[in-house]
Design a protein around this ligand. Structure first.
Ligand SMILES: Nc1ncnc2c1ncn2[C@@H]1O[C@H](COP(=O)(O)OP(=O)(O)OP(=O)(O)O)[C@@H](O)[C@H]1O
Ligand SMILES: CC(=O)N[C@H]1[C@@H]2OC[C@@H](O2)[C@@H](O)[C@@H]1O[C@H](C)C(=O)O
Length: 365
C-alpha cells in the first residue's frame, strides 16, 4: 500500500481539500486526517476571471502562469500543514476549461492548471497528476473520475446505489448489483448558487440555504431550465463550470428577487438530479450525498422532494463527505502509479478501460 495525500480543488474555487489515505488503488487501508486550505479572495477572483478567459489563452500567458504558481503554492501549503509522511500526492489541479468531444479522439480539451514539478519540489514528495487528458484524448468525457473510487468504498453496501456529489457541478455514480457503473454530471449544483449569492447579497455562498429557504422557486424559469437538452441527453456526459450560464440568463433567472432566484437555482439543481435518475438502468435503493451541497438544507429538502428514494448524507455510510473527493485523488494517484485504469465505458464513455495520469518522481541526489 502507498501512503498518499489526495488534493482536490473543485469547481467552486473555494480552496484545496487535502486528505491522507493508505491505498493500493484497489483497496483503501488506513484513512488519515484531512483539511481544507481556502484560496484567498484575490486568487478566487483571478481564477474566476481565468474561467472566462481560458478558451483563448495560450499556455504561456503570464496571468495564467501566475495563477498556476499561486494555485500550486496553496497545494504545497495544504500538504505541509497536514504534516504527515506520504509516498505520493494525487494532484488534480484547478480545472479552468472542460470541452470533451464525445467519441472523437484528439478533438476535445480539458485543462487543469497546476505545476506538478514545482509541487514535488516544494513538498519533496512524488506527484501523480494530469488525470483527465488521456481520457479526453481518447474520445472520453474526462469526467467524472471518482466513480471507480465510489465503487471501492461502497463494496459492502446494498445495491443498486446512487452516490451524488454536489460541488460546483453535480455528478452521480450509479452502482448496480453486479458492480456495473453508470456515472455522469447531473447539472449545475453550487456553482450558479454561489455566483447568485455573490451578485445578490455579496456573500460567497448561501450559508445554510437561508436565502433560498426564504424564497419560492419560479415555475416559469424552472420550466425553461428543465427543457435544456443536457438533462435528457443520455450519458456519457460532463460539464464545464460555465456550461449553464447562458441558459440561466436566457431563462430569466437574473430577473428574480434574491430569495426567489436562490430558491429557483436550488430547485433546478434537485430537478436535474431527478432527471439523472431516468438514465439509470434501475432505481437505486438510496442516494448518498457528498460535497458541499449536502450542507445546504434547502438543497437537501429539494432533493428529498424530487427523488422517490431516501436521500442521506454519505456520513450514514461512515464516509467523510467533505474529504471524499480529496481521498479519491489519493486512490487515483495510486492507480496511476500502479498502471491501473482510471476511466471506463460506463463512467466517461471511453471505448475500453483506460489508464491515465502522469508521474513526477523525485530526483534523488
Ligand atoms: N453550510 C453551507 N450552506 C450552504 N452551502 C454550503 C455550506 N457549506 C458548503 N456549501 C456549498 O458547498 C460549496 C463547496 O462545495 P465543495 O467543496 O463540494 O465544492 P468543490 O469541491 O469545489 O466542487 P466539485 O465537486 O465541483 O469539485 C460552497 O461553495 C457552497 O456553495
Ligand atoms: C472537469 C472537471 O474538473 N470536472 C469535475 C467537476 O466537479 C464535479 C464534476 O464537475 C465532476 O465531473 C468533476 O470532478 C469530480 C471530482 C470527478 O471527476 O469525479
Amino acid at each position: 500500500m502507498l501512503r498518499t495525500i489526495g488534493l482536490m480543488s473543485g469547481t467552486s474555487l473555494d480552496g484545496v481539500d487535502a486528505a491522507w489515505v493508505e491505498t493500493d488503488g484497489e483497496r483503501i487501508g488506513r484513512v488519515g486526517p484531512s483539511l481544507t486550505m481556502p484560496y484567498d479572495p484575490s486568487l478566487r477572483r483571478d481564477l474566476r476571471k481565468l474561467l472566462d478567459l481560458a478558451e483563448a489563452l495560450p499556455a504561456d500567458d503570464p496571468f495564467l502562469l501566475d495563477c498556476q504558481r499561486r494555485v500550486t503554492e496553496r497545494h504545497a501549503e495544504a500538504v505541509l500543514k497536514l504534516g504527515l509522511e506520504a509516498d505520493l500526492l494525487g494532484f488534480h489541479g484547478q480545472t479552468i476549461l472542460h470541452r470533451p468531444v464525445a467519441g472523437r479522439p484528439g478533438e476535445g480539451r480539458t485543462w487543469q492548471i497546476g505545476d506538478a514539478a514545482l509541487l514535488a519540489r516544494l513538498t519533496n514528495i512524488a506527484v501523480a497528476h494530469d488525470f483527465r487528458s488521456a481520457d479526453v484524448a481518447a474520445g472520453g468525457q474526462g469526467a467524472p473520475l471518482v466513480p471507480v473510487v465510489h465503487a471501492v468504498l461502497a463494496a459492502e453496501l446494498p445495491k443498486p446505489l446512487a452516490i451524488l456529489n454536489l460541488g460546483g457541478v453535480g455528478n452521480v455514480t450509479w452502482i448496480g448489483r453486479d458492480g456495473r457503473l453508470v456515472a455522469f454530471d447531473t447539472g449545475p449544483a453550487n456553482g450558479p448558487l454561489d455566483d447568485w449569492a455573490r451578485r445578490s447579497i455579496g456573500a460567497d455562498y448561501d450559508r445554510d440555504g437561508r436565502l433560498a429557504l426564504a424564497g419560492q422557486p419560479c415555475g416559469a424559469v424552472l420550466g425553461r431550465l428543465l427543457a435544456h437538452p443536457y438533462l435528457a441527453a443520455p450519458p456519457p456526459k460532463s460539464l464545464d463550470r460555465l456550461d449553464f450560464d447562458r441558459a440561466l440568463r436566457d431563462a430569466g433567472a437574473g430577473d428574480l428577487s434574491p430569495a426567489d432566484g436562490a430558491a429557483t437555482l436550488v430547485a433546478f439543481c434537485a430537478c436535474a438530479v431527478a432527471a439523472a435518475e431516468r438514465h439509470f438502468p434501475e432505481p437505486p435503493l438510496q442516494w448518498l450525498v457528498a460535497g458541499g451541497g449536502r450542507r445546504n438544507p434547502a438543497v437537501m429538502r429539494a432533493l428529498a422532494g424530487a427523488l422517490p428514494e431516501p436521500v442521506r448524507p454519505v456520513e450514514v455510510a461512515g464516509w467523510d463527505g467533505d474529504a471524499l473527493e480529496a481521498q479519491a485523488f489519493g486512490v487515483l494517484a495510486a492507480r496511476v502509479a500502479h498502471g491501473l485504469p482510471l476511466t471506463f465505458p460506463g463512467t466517461t464513455g471511453v471505448a475500453a478501460p483506460l489508464t491515465g495520469g502522469r508521474m513526477v518522481t523525485l530526483q534523488r541526489a
